[in-house]
Every structure is written in structure tokens, then in C-alpha cells.
Design a protein around this ligand. Structure first.
Ligand code: BMA
Length: 857
């Protein structure tokens, strides 16, 4: 045989055996029906899906997100539901020696019957279930039935048994007709389903993730964990920890780790494989590894490694994993005042974390398409972020979420799924949590994006700082002792034990925010959730003064834009922020609307026109986020992180999100993008001086040109200066300072705008500063001239005015339209260009384009 043919044939055999060894999979997503357990009527169902979306698709309920419809579907969670399916196992699968049924997610209390035999009792939405079904399947038709118990009915019994209460501040039990019974804490189910201060109460049930059958013969690799023992630019020392199951003893097998890209074997090892479960470790190293870097610092390089078990040239089992080689450390050493710092070090470089907090993208989780995932992650990356925090009241996200973060260099702060509550952390409940943690840590531990595991959101603060411990203690000290012991067991034993055992190189942080065990966070040590602006009514300028080592939350509310509001509230009679429909889409309630109005009144203006009022909240939120981000960045290295609250919504609602439910960027997102640029200049105007800082996240020093121009509202330049400066790497540096008087001179400070620009290494940052509150600015009526010029995928808009125009907001009623910039000021006489991607015709764009600005309200 010719050599090339031999190679070809052996490659062919290798491919065949790889395919064979990978086993076979049959998805069970077709042919499902569903119905109320107490009725025999069945309707077609979609899997993965949830009961609400199935009811909607069958026209049995109306869209719960529209107007007040959420109220009329509160009966759904009081019912038990049955999902059924009849299927035939594919021929090549039925012949396999091993046949397992997998549920990647069942929401939540579910009894599973296969051909009338109960094969599983599921009780945790976050777990992945694997059942050996070989003994139960038939070669002909099989019947799969899932009985979902109402989570309310199941948990009510637990609530009634307890002589004390677990608090859950966001559980909207009253809206669900449950009075003060906060049942969410009993269920291992996404907390936000029970309502949140940005979310409706829609408690779902269903097969919410994939369901499939896997069949294989001989051997299967269950899991490969690529531990990164040591990583530097010169060398990565890795261990591939392999868990496999074999049907028989195989002596003298070979384990290979192969680099998929080059096809080369990196390391091989001989081993004997026992019948049953085997754990094998194989060490290897890579010289000069291509490191995974976060967005802004470098390329997020990825490797795909294959683990193969080989015997006599035949591959018995194999498994591919994509990993990124990087080291991530979290530094919690003391600062010079003896307080605990908190910052991330990626590949030896201290990184200022620029990012956001992420909540689930929908109350009906299976409705989130891959396109929505992609857009959500892209919007973080395009806003120059390098970190996203997956908040603890939602879900451990879909694999796709982490794949996209791996690919785009977004570090993930991963909360365990606990938020703003105390939980019954004992017995079966705690065991279930341990298993859920193991499932998810093992699923996610190879992702380079995972930067930290965190016990949960604000649960320790809730107990220690929000008066819950005191309240419980006053009722009976014994009850407080029980809850506190549970809390310690959960966050300081169970969860860190899972991390230590299953992802020992990862950093565990007991809570966000966190200072020390036995107390709430103090804002000085560790990370901080900063809500003095907003919940405590501090002026927006407080962002400039109040510091922390790491801000893991801060935010300011706004409404969705007008074109988004009309999707859930099209009638003009609903266009009143205090009206019933808008209030039903404001889950912070009266408290939140009053805060919005209070901030508008004290710092901006409170327009009576509905659309102007929505717009004013956008500008206020945008200014607030910009102020916070710049202040946090100016204060590095004291402050090393700024994660704003929040990136997205789960339904159309007034909230702190910078992008609304429909994915539309609010004004804030445009300003966040600018404020998170790698190189910016930022001014701190305190008392009678103005200081300018050059802030750079680049890893080498650069030179740049700093410009400072002061204008009056009608275009007179009262000061200008331009100078070459050095912009030192990875820090914030004061580069300019003057007494305010020397640039303001005798002018009325309410009619001045200070424009600061920094051009450096291809970055061109530009920002305006004002010397009074926005409502005091002496703005002239606007006189904007706009040209609309066709471009390849839309239009270029050129805007100009003789007067200073504050916060120009362009909107167009077109779902697909995308602006490259928005919410910008027009400096007198200077043309500002902006691009819009849209399919609208020139006449449509002319008629639909709307301009709003603070000058006109
Ligand atoms: C934070 C979060 C959320 C909440 C937000 C706004 O502290 O952790 O629970 O939605 O505040 O109040």
C-alpha cells in the first residue's frame, strides 16, 4: 500500500473511532404536549420552554409583559403541570450498552416517569440530572412524563412548619396572592422569578434546558478539567484531570493530550484503566503560551485540547475542551491604612475592572436566543468593559454566555445563586446547594473568563446591616442563632469547600459586598455596593467624593425610551409615569418614582411632557454613570473596580439598566462606553480648583495632547490651552491643575462649559464639565441644523448649532436602527457627526428622526 494511502486510511480509522467513542446523542425536543395536571386536555408544548410561554403560544393567556397582563397570570404558579412525550429511541442508540437520559435544567419540583416508572424526583432548577435509563427503555415507543408540582404548593408546607421566618426582601408574595409568605427562599429556583425591584412576579415551571439521551459503549470521558498550576509568559504548567467510566479493565492504555489546532500530541502517558470510574491526571507544560487577555489589554487567546484514551492505535474515548491560559489573582492585602484592598491581577498585571452587573435577560429563560446572548455580550465589549458580574438572584448562565465571554475577553464575576435573602441552609436543602455548586463549578471551571466565585448578593449585609438579625433576635434569640449558624455553614463552609475541591485555583469571595465573617460590609474593606446616590438621595456629585477599593454596584434609574414604552403601553392614556400601567412596570414602586422625581427636581428639570420626561431620566442616568466611572478611575489605585448596576432588563421596565429589554442603548450606555475607553482625561472640580487626570489602562507609557477650552453658551471662547503630556501606563495621573478663577475669569459660571480633550495613541477622548447643577445652566433655546447624508449601511448625520446644546438625543422609531454615538453636547459652531445604521429610506428617516435636548425642556 502506498504510504499516503496508508496515512489516509489510518486517519480515516482514527476519525471513525473518534466519532464512535464520542457516543451518540438524541435530543428529545419534539412532540411534547402539556396541560394542567387536574385536566386531561393537552396542548402542544415547546421544549426547552416554560409553561407561561406554552400557554401564550396556545393563546390561553395574553402576553404577560403587555400593560397589566402580569396580574392575570398569577394563577399559573398555583397549578401543577404535566409535560408528556412519546418517542422512539434511534436504532444505533438502543443498541448501546450504556444509555443515559440527561436534563440540563428542570424548573423545579418535578417527578419524571419513563414508561410509568418513576426515575427521578428533581428539586433544584440549577442542577443537571443524569439518569441511567437502560433498564427502562423499550425498543418501540417510550412514554416520558414530567409532573411539575406548583412550587408555591410545595413550599407553603415548609413555610407553615417553621416557627420563625426567613426574610426575602424582593419576593413580591402579595402580588402573587401569597400575602406575606415569602416562599422563594425554600426553592432552589431563580430568585427573580418571584419578583424583584426591576422584575415582575412570574413563577415559571418547565423543561427549561435541553433534554437528551446519550448512548455509548465501552468507555466514556465524563469530564476533563484543565488545572492551571502556574502560568507565566514563559511557561504554563497544566494538569489534565480526567474522569472517565469504563465497562471493562483495560491495561496499558495511552492517554494523549492533543493540541487541536496543530494536531500535535503535547503529552502522552501509559495507564491501566479499571472497570468503573477512573480518575487520571496528566501533567504537561506549554512554552511561551499565548495568554488569554481581557478586553482592552490584549487578545483573549484560546486553545482547544483533546484528551484521548488510546489502545493499539484505536481511540476508545475522547473529549475536547477549549481553554484560555491565564492566571487571575484577587489581591486582598491590607492597604497603607490597614484596610483590605480588593483588586484583580491578570497575568501579573493589576487590572482596573470596568464593567457591569448582569441579570437574566428574560423572565422566560428559554426565550433568550443565541442572537440575544451575542448582542448582550457585544454591548458590554463595545462599551469597553472587561468584566461582567452574574448577579446572584438569577441563574448560572447558559454555556453560550461563557463561551462568548471567553472569546471576547470579558472576565466573569460569578455569584452563586443567592440574593437579598437568608436561607434555610440545613439538611436536604444544603445538600442540594452543595450538589448544585458542584454541577456548576465543574461545568464552568475550564472557562478562562471565570475570574471569581462569590457566595451571593447582599445576603450577609441583609442579615447584619439591614436589621434582620436584630429583628429575629428580638423575637427569639434562638431563632437568630439558627439562621446565623446556617448562614455560616452555607457561605463559609459548603460553598468554599466545593471551590477548594473542584476548582482549587479559583478565588472564592463569601459575598458581594464583603468585609469579614460575622459582620456586614463596611464600604472600606473589600468591595462595596454604593447606593448612597439613589436609595439615600445623596447628590450625584457624591460619586466624586465617596470612594471604595472596588465598586461592585452603583446605579441610577431611568425609564425605557419612548419607542420602547409604546411596545408594552401603546395607548397615550397610559403615558404618565405615575399611571397604573407605568407603575406596574416600575417595580421599585412609589419609592423609586419619587426618587426619580426628586433627582430630576433637584438637579435637572421635571418636564411634564411624557416623552421629554423619559428623556430627562436618560440624561440624568447617563451623567450619573459617567460621573461615577470617571471618579472611580481617577482614584485608582485606591479604587480598582467599577461595576455599574445594571446591564440589562428581564422585561420592559423602569430600572437602573443602561440597555432596555429590547436591547436599545439608553443614553447612559453611550456615556459608559466613552468613560470606559482605555485612555481618558477626567476633571475633578472641587472647591476653587480644577484638576485634570490622564487615566490610562494601556500597559506602556504614551505621550498625548491635552486640550482645555472654556466656552460661553453662545460660543465665546474664554480660555484655551493645549499641551503635550506624558500618559503613564496603567494608572491615573494628575496632569494639570489651576485655580478655577483663572479659567472662569469674570464670566457667569452658569453660562460656561469646560471642554477637556485628550488625544493619545489613537484614542480621542473628549468630555464637557459644568460649574453648576444642570437645571441652573443658562441654556439658550436650541437651534440645531442637521444634514442627513446617505452612507453604505445607513446615514451620516451632521449636526451643528451656534449655541451650546446640552445632551442631544437622537431617536428613530425603527427596531433595527443603531447609532454609533448619542447623548452628546454640541459645542457652539462645531459640527458633530454621528452614524446611524438603518434600512429606512431617506424620506422615512426624515420623518421619523427625533431630536431632544435639555435646552428645549
Ligand atoms: C442591588 C442589587 C439588586 C437590586 C439593586 C437595585 O443591591 O443587588 O438586588 O435590584 O440593588 O435596588
Amino acid at each position: 500500500m502506498e504510504k499516503s494511502l496508508r496515512i489516509y486510511l489510518s486517519l480515516f480509522c482514527l476519525l471513525l473511532s473518534v466519532q464512535f467513542s464520542a457516543g451518540k446523542r438524541q435530543y428529545l425536543h419534539d412532540g411534547w404536549t402539556f396541560g394542567q395536571a387536574r385536566s386531561l386536555t393537552r396542548y402542544p408544548a415547546k421544549v426547552p420552554g416554560v409553561v407561561h410561554t406554552d400557554l401564550l403560544a396556545n393563546k390561553l393567556i395574553e402576553d404577560p409583559y403587555f400593560r397589566l397582563n402580569e396580574r392575570s397570570v398569577q394563577w399559573v404558579d398555583k397549578e401543577d403541570w404535566i409535560y408528556e412525550n412519546t418517542f422512539e429511541v434511534e436504532d444505533d442508540l438502543i443498541e448501546c450498552d450504556n444509555l443515559r437520559l440527561f436534563f440540563n435544567g428542570l424548573d423545579t419540583y418535578a417527578d419524571i416517569y419513563l414508561n410509568d416508572t418513576k426515575i427521578l424526583n428533581a428539586n433544584n432548577m440549577f442542577r443537571r440530572w443524569e439518569i441511567d435509563v437502560k433498564p427502562y427503555v423499550n425498543s418501540g415507543r417510550n412514554h416520558l412524563k414530567i409532573y411539575f408540582h406548583s412550587p408555591l404548593k410545595i413550599d407553603m408546607a415548609k413555610w407553615e412548619k417553621l416557627p420563625y421566618q426567613y426574610f426575602a426582601s424582593n419576593d413580591q408574595s402579595e402580588n402573587g396572592g401569597m400575602f406575606d409568605r415569602k416562599l422563594s427562599i425554600f426553592a432552589r429556583k431563580a430568585g427573580y422569578h418571584y419578583g424583584w425591584d426591576w422584575g415582575p412576579r412570574l413563577v415559571t415551571s418547565g423543561i427549561w434546558r435541553e433534554v437528551f439521551l446519550d448512548g455509548w459503549n465501552n468507555m466514556r470521558i465524563n469530564d476533563t478539567h484543565y488545572r492551571q498550576r502556574e502560568v507565566s509568559a514563559k511557561k504554563a504548567a497544566l494538569t489534565d484531570v480526567i474522569h472517565l467510566t469504563s465497562d471493562k479493565l483495560i491495561s496499558n492504555a495511552t492517554v494523549n493530550v492533543r493540541d487541536k489546532a496543530s494536531g500535535k500530541i503535547i503529552v502522552s502517558k501509559k495507564c491501566d484503566i479499571d472497570k468503573g470510574r477512573n480518575d487520571i491526571s496528566i501533567d504537561f507544560s506549554i512554552r511561551n503560551p499565548r495568554l488569554w487577555w481581557c478586553n482592552g489589554l490584549g487578545k483573549p487567546e484560546l486553545y482547544t485540547f483533546s484528551t484521548e484514551i488510546e489502545k493499539n492505535g484505536e481511540i476508545l474515548a475522547s473529549n475536547d475542551e477549549r481553554i484560555g491560559i491565564r492566571s487571575i489573582r484577587v489581591v486582598t492585602d491590607k492597604d497603607s491604612n490597614g484596610n483590605m484592598q480588593f483588586y484583580f491581577v491578570l497575568n501579573g498585571v493589576p487590572v482596573f475592572a470596568k464593567g457591569t452587573n448582569y441579570i437574566p435577560q428574560d423572565n422566560f429563560l428559554p426565550s433568550v436566543t443565541p442572537e440575544r446572548y451575542k448582542a448582550t455580550i457585544d454591548d458590554a465589549v463595545n462599551a469597553n468593559m472587561n468584566m461582567v458580574r452574574i448577579w446572584g438572584g438569577g441563574i448560572y448562565e447558559d454555556d453560550l454566555f461563557y463561551d462568548l465571554c471567553d472569546e471576547s475577553g470579558l472576565m466573569v464575576w460569578q455569584d452563586f445563586m443567592f440574593a437579598c435573602s437568608v436561607y434555610p441552609a440545613q439538611g436536604d436543602w444544603l445538600e442540594s446547594v452543595r450538589n448544585e455548586a458542584i454541577d456548576n463549578v465543574c461545568r464552568l471551571r475550564n472557562h478562562p473568563c471565570i475570574a471569581l466565585w462569590c457566595g451571593g448578593n447582599e445576603c450577609l449585609d441583609a442579615w447584619y446591616n439591614w436589621g434582620w438579625k436584630r429583628k429575629t433576635y428580638e423575637i427569639n434569640p434562638k431563632y437568630a442563632d439558627i439562621i446565623e449558624a446556617e448562614l455560616n455553614r452555607q457561605y463559609f463552609e459548603t460553598l468554599p469547600e466545593v471551590i477548594a475541591e473542584y476548582a482549587p485555583e479559583s478565588f472564592y469571595w463569601p459575598s458581594s459586598p464583603f468585609t469579614a465573617q460575622g459582620q456586614g460590609s463596611d464600604g472600606i474593606n473589600g468591595d462595596r455596593h454604593y447606593w448612597t446616590v439613589w436609595h439615600r438621595k445623596a447628590p450625584i456629585d457624591s460619586y466624586n467624593r465617596d470612594m471604595a477599593h472596588f465598586f461592585s454596584e452603583y446605579g441610577m434609574q431611568s425609564f425605557p425610551e419612548y419607542n420602547s414604552v409604546i411596545k408594552f403601553a401603546p395607548d397615550t392614556e397610559d403615558h404618565n409615569i405615575d399611571g397604573e400601567v407605568m407603575m406596574s412596570h416600575q417595580r421599585g414602586g412609589d419609592h423609586a418614582n419619587k426618587l426619580i422625581e426628586w433627582y430630576l427636581d433637584s438637579e435637572y428639570r421635571h418636564p411634564q411632557d411624557f416623552s421629554d420626561c423619559l428623556y430627562a431620566t436618560h440624561v440624568m442616568q447617563a451623567d450619573a454613570m459617567r460621573t461615577a466611572i470617571e471618579a472611580h478611575r481617577r482614584n485608582r489605585p485606591y479604587c480598582m473596580g467599577s461595576l455599574l448596576w445594571q446591564h440589562n432588563d428581564c422585561w420592559p421596565v423602569a430600572s437602573w439598566s443602561t440597555r432596555d429589554y429590547y436591547g436599545k442603548w439608553k443614553a447612559a450606555h453611550y456615556l459608559v462606553k466613552k468613560s470606559f475607553e482605555n485612555v481618558i482625561a477626567s476633571a475633578d472640580i472641587t472647591g476653587d480648583s480644577i484638576k485634570v487626570y490622564a487615566i490610562s489602562d494601556l500597559l506602556t507609557d504614551k505621550t498625548g495632547t491635552l486640550t482645555i477650552d472654556v466656552f460661553t453658551m453662545d460660543g465665546t471662547k474664554v480660555y484655551c490651552e493645549s499641551s503635550k503630556i506624558t500618559v503613564p501606563a496603567n494608572m491615573s495621573t494628575k496632569v494639570w491643575e489651576l485655580p478655577l478663577q483663572s479659567i472662569v475669569k469674570s464670566h457667569d459660571y452658569k453660562s460656561l462649559v469646560i471642554n477637556i480633550g485628550l488625544e493619545c495613541d489613537g484614542y480621542n477622548h473628549n468630555g464637557n464639565y459644568y460649574l453648576c447643577k444642570q437645571k441652573e445652566l443658562k441654556l439658550n433655546p436650541s437651534d440645531i441644523k442637521m444634514e442627513i447624508n446617505p452612507a453604505s449601511d445607513g446615514y451620516i448625520l451632521n449636526l451643528k448649532s451656534d449655541k451650546f446644546v446640552r445632551a442631544v438625543w437622537l431617536s428613530v422609531n425603527d427596531d433595527g436602527a443603531k447609532f454609533n454615538d448619542n447623548c452628546f453636547d454640541l459645542l457652539p459652531g462645531i459640527t458633530q457627526s454621528c452614524a446611524i445604521k438603518t434600512d429606512l429610506s431617506p424620506t422615512e428617516i426624515q420623518s421619523r428622526l427625533k431630536i431632544q435636548c435639555l435646552n428645549n425642556i
